[in-house]
Ligand binder design. Structure first.
Ligand SMILES: *Cc1c(COP(=O)(O)O)cnc(C)c1O
Length: 397
């Protein structure tokens, strides 16, 4: 690892996994039968500080516990941070594996850069994460549908009031076991928002930065009081659909030739470039080009993928015309969740997949694109199906 030379001629140490220090907890917690995502934390965390003069200090694995920050720390004042969310799964061979970890860590590094925080080398973070998971291996649940959720985070500890790029930072990784998403499979209700905006062109919506989330807590809570699960975030006078809650959004349309169109909004800066989103588009393409056949769909039934603008009025028209087959939301935490109805302009639009009447026999009512995609994705994540190196055992990374 070579040191990083800064413009004034001095050099700072890069993030260096070979300097890792491990301080194990004296007492280990029992792993609960039913863990609660985000509340049940594992025994240890990984932590590393960046100093403006020395650069990255030696990373440490130490017992999970509080951080010490000055009240001026920029994370507390201006929200300077970036984070990631990914999962480890136990494969049939009993070994923990990570899903598309390089993609997650590249996105993490982009977020840190956008937040004007020190550079993070994705390969170094992956190496450190491997060491952390090796220490916490007993926390990776081995039941189907369960996983270990991983939250890498970098925060600005710049200890002065006033805005400025920060060479004071703390990088940490915390782990929390995840049970299958509550109510998995039950269609959720969305509320198309016309008062608030989650992200806008030129903003920071395409990064996992804490500032994008602080502002949507209130609006989301209001929507839940009205009996809806998540907000559907619209943008602009055309009411373009962007995301639902903090998930990417997909639409399936039935074509006259019996094939499917799979639509999701393009990455125009207002959309978080989800790894689940990308993976599902790639799996749909693989089915269509014949690289694989998704179970539940006939070989000849193609899924044509489109990264295109979808407006809420358009979606309502498709629902009324009956071309709309499915609406679903995706992300690492939920994987795939179907949508049942969307409140828009004073009433609920029913977007539940209709059972086909006799007017159309080209598409079987049992063909469900979202479940075919979800089943394959989960099989890959859990290591039951090998695909394109997406899921790699931690000891082989
Ligand atoms: C994390 C996130 C997603 C989903 O991304 P994945 O990489 O699939 O987990 C979608 N939207 C928002 C706003 C997010 O924060």
């Amino acid at each position: 690892m070579s040191a990083i030379t800064v413009p004034d001629g001095t050099s700072r140490a890069p993030l260096d996994p070979s300097k890792l220090v491990i301080k194990l907890a004296e007492v280990l917690n029992a792993v609960p039968e039913e863990p609660v995502l985000g509340r049940t934390m594992t025994d240890h965390m990984l932590i590393c500080e960046h100093d403006p003069v020395k650069g990255w200090e030696a990373p440490e694995i130490r017992p999970y516990g509080p951080l010490t920050l000055l009240p001026t720390a920029n994370i507390l004042q201006y929200g300077g941070n970036a984070f990631e969310g990914l999962k480890a799964y136990v494969g049939p061979d009993g070994r923990p594996r990570l899903f598309r970890v390089e993609k997650h860590m590249e996105r993490f590094a982009r977020g840190a850069r956008r937040a004007s925080l020190p550079d993070i080398e994705p390969t170094a973070v992956i190496e450190l994460l491997k060491r952390l998971i090796a220490v916490e291996a007993r926390w990776v649940p081995d039941k189907p549908g369960y996983g270990l959720y991983i939250r890498p985070t970098i925060i600005s500890t710049r200890p002065y009031l006033g805005l400025g790029p920060s060479e004071h930072a703390i990088l940490y990784i915390i782990l929390t076991p995840a049970a299958p998403f509550l109510g998995a499979g039950r269609p959720i209700a969305l509320y198309a928002e016309d008062q608030h905006v989650r992200a806008w062109p030129g903003g920071t919506g395409e990064y996992k930065m804490g500032i994008n989330y602080a502002g949507i807590i209130g609006p989301q809570a209001e929507v839940q009081l009205r009996g809806y699960d998540q907000t559907l975030w619209l943008f602009g006078p055309d009411r373009c659909i962007t995301e639902a809650g903090i998930m990417n959004f997909f639409v399936v349309l039935r074509r006259e030739d019996g094939d499917f169109d799979l639509l999701t909004p393009p990455l125009d800066g207002t959309i978080l470039p989800g790894i689940t989103r990308r993976s599902l588009l790639e799996l749909a393409d693989a089915h269509t080009t014949g690289l694989t056949t998704l179970s539940g769909l006939p070989v000849h039934r193609k899924i044509h993928t489109h990264e295109v603008v979808v407006t809420m009025p358009q979606l309502r028209t498709w629902a009324e015309q009956g071309t709309l087959q499915e609406v679903f939301c995706v992300g690492t935490a939920v994987i795939v969740v179907p949508v049942g109805r969307i409140w828009f302009e004073g009433e609920d639009v029913n977007v539940l997949r209709r059972v086909q009447g006799d007017a159309d026999v080209s598409t079987s009512a049992s063909e469900c694109v979202s479940s075919a995609l979800r089943d394959r994705l989960v099989a890959i994540q859990e290591g039951r199906v090998n695909w394109a190196g997406w899921s790699v055992a931690v000891d082989e990374l």
